[in-house]
Ligand binder design. Structure first.
Ligand code: HEC
Length: 97
């Protein structure tokens, strides 16, 4: 009986992983460093200076913390690192690869 319960728990953890990314930035990491480590696999930035539409940091931080349809959530990017990452994203034009 115990064994069956453990297997069920394992499946639940695996299913959760597809929507959450466990990446955790170093304290004080710059927005650019975090972006290259956690985001560049799916997004690329350019220096056109157009930024992300709509230009709203709450929108970007929400997206990072909660994710959405095709985008994993990053619950471990918080505080100062979340601020610097969203500031970086807002100054760059972001596209999906
Ligand atoms: C596994 C691929 C993947 C990773 C990794 C990823 N994203 Fe995304 N992201 C997406 C997809 C797909 C979309 C668009 C569809 C959607 O909103 O679900 C998106 C949308 C976004 C948007 C909204 C853009 C707009 O114009 O509406 C922002 C902002 C964003 N991502 C920021 C980030 C940041 C910052 C990171 C790194 C912490 C990141 N993403 C990591 C796949 C990814």
């Amino acid at each position: 009986m115990k064994k069956i319960l453990l297997v069920i728990a394992g499946v639940a953890v695996l299913a959760g992983c597809s929507k959450t990314n466990d990446y955790k930035p170093e304290v004080g990491a710059s927005g650019e460093d975090i972006f290259k480590a956690a985001c560049a696999s799916c997004h690329e930035v350019n220096d056109k200076g157009e930024g992300v539409e709509p230009l709203n940091s709450g929108y970007v931080t929400d997206k990072i913390s909660k994710g959405s349809m095709g985008m994993p959530a990053f619950p471990n990017i918080t505080g100062a690192e979340l601020e610097s990452l969203s500031a970086y994203v807002l100054t760059k034009s972001l596209s999906n690869k």
